[in-house]
Design a protein around this ligand. Structure first.
Ligand SMILES: Nc1ncnc2c1ncn2[C@@H]1O[C@H](COP(=O)(O)OP(=O)(O)OP(=O)(O)O)[C@@H](O)[C@H]1O
Length: 372
């Protein structure tokens, strides 16, 4: 798929800007704090209706504006599509080809993206939240229903946590807790199964790509680690037995949960594990191995999405090339070159291996203005 044109109004530091983009590589260059990441973020928001940097939509609206609008013209395999997303204090309004969508879930995933930012290089070693976000962003685009389940889950979790915090176990209503447990487990199980399936699919690509980058010397394994039980034991289970396990876990943790005022099991505590040649990368991997594993995962994400939707998503590289050495940079560039429309932000071209990039379009970014 390809983004052909984009327009931003009142989005962060963009008052009003239009740009046309090329099918290959588009580079946004400029000093710090000029609006480069804001541009990639806008493309990401148009894909998922959510920012990768903040959960507060208000932050996306220009400080002196009441609303932000992102418009785009794009080409997909099935034809041309125009997208519009409006953000205001009243919420979000989304249009596809001028038609307002009653549900945001029908809008999500019309434009698909894979975003690679420096914090993704921490995906192996960083906090579990980074790994959960990685799963959620990809699954959400390909299975929009997942985002709905996720929202529901967050809502129930919040209410349940508030209750655990504000109530003493001796005065707690068992009926009330039962209702929340059931709702939490019902939506949680759906998320867990989608995460498990996603990781199984991703593993196939990641393993192959990682072996390619390391000349066949390293075998990368990615494992979904649910907050209770194991991914293997989830293998043949239907939703009802997983639901039963979740309910038991919640009942068993009741005393501890009241003591700590928080829910201790569920998808909000899931994680991923990585092993190279059978050894845990989080504990034993070198920094180089961790970075290569992160790169393999991102490239696997591109291939998996291609497999699932039949075309390549857009690749957004936010200041990440300068973080990769020449070998890994070359690997990345050669993967997307001529197949994937790519958007790169950078403060300077000296850190980018330009000799490998064919026909890149360059945009200078200065204080919310673009100059081609
Ligand atoms: N809601 C907003 N309204 C107006 N301006 C905003 C808003 N949010 C952020 N900004 C401005 O956007 C600029 C930051 O833009 P951005 O994060 O895209 O920087 P960047 O060019 O990617 O820089 P770096 O190279 O440091 O990552 C800052 O000047 C900030 O003040």
């Amino acid at each position: 798929m390809q983004l052909k044109a984009m327009e931003l109004q009142g989005y962060r530091n963009y008052d009003s800007v239009k740009l046309t983009t090329e099918g290959g590589v588009n580079i946004f260059i400029g000093p710090n704090a000029q609006g480069k990441t804001n541009l990639l973020e806008a493309i990401h928001v148009l894909s998922l209706t959510k920012s990768h940097r903040t959960s507060k939509d208000k932050e996306l609206i220009g400080w002196d504006r009441g609303a932000a609008v992102i418009r785009a013209e794009m080409t997909r395999r099935m034809g041309d599509v125009s997208l519009e997303l409006q953000l205001s204090a009243q919420g979000k309004k989304a249009k596809i080809n001028g038609l307002e969508q009653r549900k945001l879930s029908t809008f999500v995933g019309t434009l698909n993206v894979v975003l690679f930012a420096p914090e993704d290089l921490d995906i192996v070693k960083g906090a579990p939240g980074v790994r959960r976000r990685f799963m959620d962003m990809e699954i959400g685009q390909v299975h929009p229903g997942y985002l709905y389940d996720m929202q529901q889950y967050q809502k129930i979790l919040q209410q349940r946590n508030n209750y655990l915090k504000s109530t003493d176990i001796r005065r707690a209503s068992p009926e009330m807790l039962d209702v929340w447990n059931e709702q939490l487990a019902r939506t949680g199980v759906k998320m867990m199964q989608k995460r498990k399936n996603f990781i199984v699919q991703l593993q196939k690509w990641a393993e192959k790509i990682h072996a390619g980058i390391t000349g066949g010397t390293e075998h990368l394994a990615v494992e979904y680690k649910p907050s209770f039980g194991t991914a293997d034991s989830m293998g043949d289970q239907d939703q009802s037995s997983l639901f039963g396990q979740f309910m038991i876990k919640l009942t068993q943790s009741k005393e501890q949960e009241f003591r700590r005022g928080t829910t201790l099991a569920g998808p909000h505590r899931d994680d991923l594990g990585f092993a190279i040649n059978g050894k845990d990368v989080q504990s034993f991997g070198s920094q180089g191995q961790q970075r290569t594993a992160a790169l393999s995962l991102k490239l696997a994400e591109l291939e998996l999405m291609h497999e699932e939707i039949g075309e390549y998503p857009l690749l957004l590289l936010d200041d990440v090339l300068s973080e990769l050495d020449q070998t890994r940079q070359t690997q990345l560039i050669e993967t997307f070159q001529s197949r994937v429309q790519t958007f790169i932000t950078t403060t300077g071209l000296e850190s980018v291996n330009m000799s490998r990039l064919k026909d890149a379009s360059l945009f200078h970014v200065r204080d919310g203005q673009l100059l081609r």
